[in-house]
Each structure stands twice: as structure tokens, then as C-alpha cells.
Design a protein around this ligand. Sequence first.
Ligand code: HAM
Length: 443
Amino acid sequence: MKITAIRGFRDILPEESASWQVLTSQARASFAAYGFHEIILPVLEKTELFARAIGETTDIVEKEMYTFIDRDDSSLTLRPEGTASVIRAYIEHSLHQKEPVSKLFYIGPMFRRERPQKGRYRQFHQIGAEILGRDDALIDAELLLMLNDFFTALRLDVSVDVNSLGCSNCRPQYRERLRAFGESKFAVLCENCHGRLHRNPLRILDCKEEGCRQATKDAPVIADFLCDPCRQHFAQVQALLRQENVLITVNPRLVRGLDYYCRTSFEFIALGLGSQNAVCGGGRYDGLVEQMGGPAIPGIGFAIGVERLAMLLQAQERIVATAPDLFIAPMGEVAESQAFAVARRLRQGGYRIESESGSRSLKAQMRRADKLGVRYVLIIGENELQAGKGTIRDMQTKTDRSLAVDLSSSAQDLMNAIRDTSDQPSAISRQSEGAEHSSKPEV
Ligand code: HAM
């Protein structure tokens, strides 16, 4: 029987991985401009790390983690997100003693046993970033600006929802009020929300069931419960973003699915992705480092879903696979080994070279070069070889010219000569591409 990939685990084929390259290089460039450095973390951690950081009663910890008992009886989990690991590493390596503010980013796979659907997988990838050591509104706005720069550079149209989830002073009152409100609607809420009412009533605002959405339409909003410092903090974040012309929508229903958040929370939403349309989520988590056994250091961060963003980029058909700089078409066995040497020399010089076996017809090789979108083809035929020459075909102008292939010249000189279009179309006639089995060009 054929062995296939596990449900929810995908292969990223070259046509898709091209957009991943674009995303990750842009992220690296945008994040570097704001002073971030990469942290590379293990994918496997002790289970208790996630239970403590994300919250015992969240969907992720209750139902979605890939947890197993290792041979030494310890319970291990494939990471469902990156923030918990960053905090663990931050505390473990006492990074706060090295720098008052740490700005870290990570790129890698995460694992959640969710129900797979378009844009939702069991292994997916995140580009995440965390800032530890600052709790002012300026840094929250700066993080959102960085994301805005990233999405703008990719020319992706996204909307930004923000909310403040208050702090340990003001949120308990809101939570109780929301619980009382939920109890009054108990009969119309779904079974999941019945459970949420006891564990974390804020999550009833997040429910996708239409009945629950209707029932909570007039639910109390957290903005009316924020304490003065939280209110001021949120107002300043919004003012700074407005000052920089970043369009945001305050969404009082934005509560996020992980327990560690406080104050500024946000999500970036993209049109055209169906129901899994959140391409980035994040927020502030001021108590988390301390809760995980470290010093009382505030934090804020986000994670971008790579698969969802790649889908957006592909839908816009803006990713063009990079064509090789040159295609080398050898004609026959002897020419093949010459082509082999030229290809190596040019590749060592940093050029992207594609070549073929000398036993394939010129026509077939040209077809392949055309498909690759390559501009220049170097045809090495056996007759020319003796004179140390090749034929350059410019696929754009459809002209041929003769070129001395001197292996003692540098890769750059060779490539410059190949690209030199100042030559007149040579006296050499156009190659006949008709003969499927011809082993040399008709020069
Ligand atoms: P999250 O909202 O759970 O936050 O995930 C962030 C992003 O990861 C989502 O907006 C989505 O694009 C993507 N994502 C999540 N689950 C899946 C899935 N099953 N399939 C495909 N994409 C998915 C976090 O993970 C937090 N650690 C973010 C954070 C960092 N908060 C503070 N710092």
C-alpha cells in the first residue's frame, strides 16, 4: 500500500516554497530594521511548559497537543506555539541580565491537533517575535508598525483588529460581569460556551457559532471596565498608530485563545482566505515571565501563520520562480563533459546554471530552457568544441552568435561574454531545432 503523509501534515512543494522564501526574507529584513535577532528553539519541550504558559483550560492544552511519554517516562510535547519556549529560554539563559530589552524572532514548525481544513493544519509554520523588558505603549505601537511595514512591503492587504484585555486589576470585574451575562443567555449558548462560562468567560465572545454570536451581541465590553492605567495605555497605542497613518479597528470581541494575554491584543485579518483568515495574532503578556519562574519582566509579541500568508501571495500570482542565469545545452557525449566543466565553473562563481545530458535532442533541450524562462542558452556542439567555441542563443531576441568558451577565464568574464548582446546576430545561422536526435547544432 502507498504510504502518504499524515492527515494535517503537508509537503511544501517547490511552487509553494518560492513564496515561503519571499515571506521569510522579508520578515528578516523588516525585523532587522527594528533591532530583532533570531532565536532558534527546539520543537520538543516538557509538557508542563505549555500547560503552565498557555493555560490548562485552553483548547490548545486540553485537546490539541501532540504529547507522548518518552522512554524515561517524562511527558514531552511537540510545541504548539513559540512564545512559551522563548520565555523558557529567556529565563534559562538569564537573558535579562545581558540586556535590559530583548527583541527575539523565530521561524519554524508548530503542531496542533486541530480539525484540518483550508488554512488550518496540524503541522503549520509561524514567524514569531517577542519583546521582553518593556511595558510602555510606545513599544506596543512600534511592534504593530513593524508588522504594518512587513505587510506593506509584501503589498498584502490586511486589516488590523486591536483590543485591550486589561490587567489583573480590572479584568476580574469584567470577567464576572461577562459570566453573569452569559448565565442569563445560558439556554441559547452552545455546549462549548457552557464550559467556557466557568473556565474563561471571555472566550464566549470568540465563539464561531451563529447562535452564540447573536446571543452575545449586546454583551458588556471590556473598554467600559479598564482601569485608568490600562485605558491610558490603550489610548496612547491607538494615538501613535494613527499618527503613523496605520488603520486599525478596535474590536471589543477580540479575546485571543491563549490565557497569557493582558492589555494590547491584536489580529491581522486577510480577505479571501475563507474562515481561517487570521494571518497574525499577538499581544502583551506582562505576568508570564514571572509565572514561569523568572523575574517580573513584561513582554509582548506576535506570530504570523506562514501557510496562510503564502496562500495569499500565491493567490495574487506575484511569485515568479527565479529563472536560471544560463542554460547549457551540450550536443553529444564529448560536449557533455565540457558543459559539465563550464557549468561547475559558473556555479562556483555564484551563477544559477541549468544543464542537460548531451544525449537529449537540441529541440528537447530548448523546450526545457524555454519552460525555465531562461534568457541565454549556451549550445556546445562537437564541431565547435574543437575550436573551443560555443553558440549563444538569446531566447528573447531569437538570435545566435558564436562565443569562445575559454575555461581559463573567470566565471564573471565568461558570464559577461555570454550576456554581451552588443554583437550583431552572428553569421552563424539559427539552429535547426527540428532534428530530435541530432547531436550537434547545424553551425
Ligand atoms: P495564535 O493566534 O495561536 O498565536 O497563532 C498565530 C497565527 O498562527 C494565527 O494567526 C494563524 O495565522 C497561525 N495558525 C495558528 N494555528 C494554525 C493552524 N492550525 N494552521 C495554520 N496556521 C495556524 C500564537 O501562537 C501566539 N504564540 C502568538 C504570540 C506571540 N503572542 C505573543 N507572542
